[in-house]
Design a protein around this ligand. Structure first.
Ligand code: AMP
Length: 420
């Protein structure tokens, strides 16, 4: 034994749980594919500046949680802590803004954050990420939010909530920020929180500590200080969401962990998850492209955590796994039968039937056990004596019923039996 194990805060996804992982991942992305979003892959590492500039210098993600390293060529690289900044980098690099707008993209993959691990919080996790870029239209905000909701609904989840607010934009956030800073200055806050208030005062509103929350009762809220244009935008988003049958909870203190959000901002929370209740979140980020040195284009998108959504699915006791295992199984007993089994399984798979057989010398008992464990509903059991008679036994593994079928008909008989 080498004693090696997965690094702290990471985990392996193994069968049969992995079937649920795939089902959740694919169900969350299906609504995006149906809505015309195109699949993108970007590297799991980027130049560090993509994240320090993109996610925001003052955020916990950038200051405390990034896996940053120098490669052998002396470049500073960072394992992506989220997927939006990399997608935006690719959008700018390939000048996608010069084509038809909006540009609708999605991706799914690993993200890495050096966080304190706990249930639902890992150092390596998987996000589904989508972005709609280049058009500032409240109807697009509503589409994005509704697609997130659709993914959760398609999984059968019901115990989740959409938290919604507007964070304003350059036309009103600076004035609001001054109001908030003046308010926070009068409070009894520790040194670190004061420093945080100087860099990003909105963050303090999101401070979970009771002694801080107790002082924030009548803090000014962004939604009460929106400019006419951002208020009109927010009203239109809510109107479209109502038309789409999407319910939400107003969350005027919602501040997200990343700095680039403007206007529409939202989070999906699940009530069965304890402290790490956020299963996804996102918003509009009209300044992100410019922050990365790109053209001044707007964007909106979200990221959903696949691992946490999987926990939500378990918390609601839902069975989401697309039937794992195989439909048909072939049990050969003897050398000649082995050749037939290998050929039959090959034919079945080619015809789209999930099929398997036994390998190694398992004996009848072991082989039948493997057939039962495989999840198959039907098996062909064939011994060399059957072969001499020109038949194999077609067996219904659920009822135990069995009948002899001519060797030449076994493929069709098995395929028909499993309903393919
Ligand atoms: P964020 O990029 O921080 O907005 O996170 C988006 C979603 O990713 C969250 O709602 C979570 O579902 C998931 N997520 C973020 N951080 C972690 C983590 N450390 N472990 C597992 N899931 C995470």
């Amino acid at each position: 034994m080498s004693g090696l194990s997965a690094p702290k805060g990471t985990f392996d996804v193994l069968p049969p749980e992995s079937a649920r992982f795939l089902a959740v991942r694919d169900t969350l992305t299906a609504p995006l594919r149906r809505a015309g979003y195109g699949y993108v892959e970007t590297p799991v590492f980027e130049e560090t500046a993509v994240f320090s500039r993109g996610v925001g210098e003052s955020t916990d993600v950038v200051t405390k949680e990034m896996y940053t390293f120098a490669d052998r060529g002396g470049r500073s690289l960072t394992l992506r802590p989220e997927l939006t900044a990399g997608l935006m980098r690719a959008f700018i690099e390939h000048r996608l803004h010069t084509g038809p707008l909006p540009v609708k993209l999605w991706t799914v993959g690993s993200a890495f954050r050096y966080e304190r691990p706990q249930a639902g919080r890992y150092r390596h996790f998987t996000q589904v990420d989508m972005e709609a870029l280049g058009v500032d239209d409240p109807a697009l905000d509503a589409e994005v939010v509704a697609l997130g909701v659709q993914g959760f609904r398609d999984l059968g989840l019901t115990d989740f909530e959409l938290l919604l607010t507007s964070l304003g934009d350059a036309t009103c956030r600076p004035q609001y920020r001054e109001l908030l800073v003046a308010y926070l200055e009068k409070l009894d806050l520790d040194e670190e929180t004061r420093r945080r208030a100087e860099i990003n005062p909105l963050r303090v509103l999101d401070d979970k500590r009771p002694e801080v929350q107790a002082q924030l009762g009548d803090a000014p809220l962004m939604v009460d200080h929106l400019s006419d244009s951002t208020r009109a935008h927010y009203d239109a988003v809510r109107q479209h969401l109502t038309d789409l049958g999407v319910a939400w909870t107003e969350a005027p203190r919602l501040v997200r962990g990343l700095d680039y959000y403007t206007k529409t901002t939202f989070e999906f929370v699940h009530n069965g998850l304890g402290a790490q209740s956020a299963i996804g979140g996102g918003g509009r980020y009209d300044g992100l492209s410019a922050a990365l040195g790109g053209p001044d284009v707007s964007g909106i998108g979200y990221a959903v955590g696949v691992d946490r959504t999987l926990l939500a699915v378990a918390a609601e006791g839902l069975d989401v796994a697309a039937s794992p295992g195989v439909q048909a199984f072939v049990v050969p007993l003897g050398t000649e039968a082995k050749r037939l089994a290998v050929r039959l399984v090959g034919q079945l798979r080619e015809a789209g039937v999930a099929a398997d057989t036994v390998y190694g010398d398992r004996g009848l008992k072991g082989a039948m056990k493997a057939a039962d464990r495989s999840g198959a509903t039907h098996a062909v059991v064939v011994g060399d004596r059957d072969l001499a008679d020109g038949v194999g036994q077609l067996k219904d593994l659920r009822t135990g019923d069995q009948r002899a079928v001519p060797v030449g008909d076994l493929f069709e008989a098995l395929r028909t039996a499993v309903g393919n």
